[in-house]
Design a protein around this ligand. Structure first.
Ligand code: 5GP
Length: 172
């Protein structure tokens, strides 16, 4: 893997995460947030984000895998790990690393809505709106980017690069 341009520096990441935390804190005043992180990519962002949310938080994780080839998602999603507990009546905040076609989160949203949460919002660190195949607008977004394949801050290229403290473009 050869890295190109650094799209988001470590400093800019921390600033955006703090801003997202402030907005979420303001929006959830007087409530408790049930944060669901989507493994593995969102783990790094989620661990930073929850420390910037100043209302009570509960966390859990889900792991999803979409069928298809490396370049083409089929939109059929397989659940590899489900939540430990029920979410009925809870305020759910799904935390994702990046939204691309939107197929994964669109599937997940329907799957979670069946469980009757009190509310459900989506927070993604990165968004590639130009790639969208289904209607999906994150409620909170760190940064919109153009159609690059990026790694770092939890995002991988064949399981490499997740530990990078910045987000960089992978050279094709
Ligand atoms: P979607 O269903 O929105 O097309 O897929 C979202 C998932 O695709 C993300 O959770 C992530 O795993 C993967 N993905 C999409 N774009 C990128 C990218 O630029 N870099 C990396 N590492 N993963 C990506």
């Amino acid at each position: 893997m050869e890295l190109g341009q650094i799209l988001v520096t470590e400093k800019d990441i921390q600033r955006r995460v703090a801003e997202l935390g402030e907005r979420i804190t303001a929006d959830y005043q007087g409530r408790e947030v049930f944060v669901i992180g989507i493994l593995k990519g969102a783990a790094v962002f989620m661990s930073d984000l929850i420390r910037q949310i100043k209302v009570p938080v509960e966390i859990d994780f889900m792991s999803l895998s979409s069928y298809g080839t490396a370049t083409k998602t089929s939109g059929v999603v397989r659940m590899l790990r489900d939540l430990d507990r029920e979410i009925a009546g809870k305020h759910i905040l799904v935390v994702e690393d990046i939204v691309d076609t939107g197929l994964t989160l669109s599937y997940l949203r329907e799957n979670l809505m069946v469980r009757k949460p009190a509310s459900l919002k989506i927070c993604t660190f990165l968004d590639k709106p130009s790639r969208r195949q289904v209607e999906l607008k994150p409620d909170y977004c760190g940064l919109e980017i153009d159609d690059y394949f990026v790694v770092g801050y939890g995002l991988d290229y064949n399981e490499k690069g997740r530990e990078l403290p910045y987000i960089a473009v992978v050279k094709p």
